[in-house]
Design a protein around this ligand. Structure first.
Ligand code: SF4
Ligand code: SF4
Length: 175
């Protein structure tokens, strides 16, 4: 131990520094938010409760292709189709890790992660998301142009990502 370290120890320098910091903070503005009366702004791209998107006519966009269920790392999406109709679309939300893969994998822009984070409950069943609930979430949390803006802003790949970059040589075949 050096002489400097020894002096710091016997003079309780670190403790005094800590107490000085506490004293300074004692009179500064509290950062605590009085939830639920006060709320912090939601960060852009926040991944909250799921919703199934609807088209301009109010119909569900999901065709039940199953890509989202296939890519889901938690395997918590369950889909059934009968005679070309989606008969079941369910998400076991408690297993979801909010990775957003389902949104990115969907070729139809049919599923989104909304900004809603207030859906805690006392039973597992209440949190289990069935198709009707997922569709009603679209109306509730993605009104007007919000859904469209959501896809444009945060989710990739989009159709323009597959365009040919300018200047890239392309195959034209025989003339
Ligand atoms: S966010 Fe991720 S874990 Fe959750 S349902 Fe979608 S793919 Fe599965
Ligand atoms: S949400 Fe998209 S990827 Fe999933 S089943 Fe429906 S259309 Fe397919």
């Amino acid at each position: 131990m050096t002489a400097k370290e020894f002096l710091r120890k016997i003079l309780f320098i670190e403790i005094l520094k800590g107490m000085a910091l506490t004293l300074r903070r004692l009179f500064s503005h509290a950062v605590t938010i009085q939830y639920p009366k006060e709320r912090r702004p939601i960060a852009p791209g926040f991944r909250g409760q799921h919703a199934l998107a609807k088209d301009s006519e109010g119909k569900a966009k999901c065709v039940g292709c199953g890509l989202c269920a296939t890519i889901c790392p938690s395997q918590c999406i369950y889909i059934s189709r009968e005679k070309g109709q989606v008969t079941k679309y369910e998400i076991e939300v408690l297993r979801c890790i909010y990775c957003g893969f389902c949104v990115e994998a969907c070729p139809y822009g049919a599923i989104v992660l909304t900004e809603n984070y207030e859906y805690s409950d006392y039973s597992r069943d209440a949190i289990y998301m069935k198709r009707d609930k997922l569709l009603s979430n679209w109306d509730k949390y993605m009104p007007g142009k919000k859904g469209e803006e959501y896809f444009k802003k945060f989710w990739r790949p989009m159709s323009e990502d597959f365009g040919t970059p300018s200047g890239q040589a392309t195959f034209r075949g025989k003339r």
